[in-house]
Design a protein around this ligand. Structure first.
Ligand code: NI
Length: 181
């Protein structure tokens, strides 16, 4: 069991599009295991590889006591929409109403390279859309309506975790020649 540190909002890896998996090897199976362990420990309903600093198109979910994973996903979204609270392990302790497709058909591969097709609605559909966004460097706050997004960004800036453990430079290493800079 390997629990990885979860990267938080502000980490550039969360804004970097992930690469397709090419090798369905032992490392990929270890990645799926690490994602699953980290997600369950959090606990969360989904986790994408970039959230633990790995730039590959892989994610896991744990919805309605059902564990799953998907590699190189492609999504087909329903026209019907759902609106409901959404959160993210990379944006801890905050949730906001986010509009999503009500159901989704996802195709891709399992960790052994077999083609798989997953159909989900409601929470599973939300999780699959959210995690697939992570693979494209998109965060759920990007999907919020303008006013909700404004509130979300304010809450993130004020969150205790935000900006940590980024070091704070308290003393300028450069002489300021008496100027209060
Ligand atoms: Ni997330």
């Amino acid at each position: 069991m390997a629990i990885a540190p979860i990267r938080l909002f502000g980490d550039p890896v969360l804004r970097t599009p992930a690469s397709p998996v090419v090798d369905f090897d032992k490392e990929l199976r270890r990645l799926v295991e690490d994602l699953t362990d980290t997600m369950r420990d959090a606990p969360g309903s989904g986790l994408a590889a970039p959230q633990i600093g790995v730039g590959l198109r892989v994610f896991t979910w744990d919805v309605d006591d059902e564990l799953g994973h998907l590699v190189n996903p492609r999504l087909d979204l329903s026209e019907e929409q759902q609106e409901g609270p959404e959160g993210c392990l990379s944006i801890p302790e905050l949730s906001f109403d986010c509009r999503r497709a009500m159901s989704v058909v996802a195709t891709g591969f399992n960790m052994y390279g077999d083609p798989v097709r997953v159909e989900g609605s409601e929470l599973l559909a939300r999780a699959i859309q959210h995690e697939t966004d992570h693979l494209d460097g998109i965060l759920f706050v990007d999907r919020l309506d303008r006013e909700t997004r404004r509130q979300a960004m304010k809450a993130i800036r004020e969150a205790e975790w935000f900006g940590n453990p980024r070091p704070t430079i308290k003393v300028s290493p450069h002489a300021t020649n008496g100027l209060g800079l």
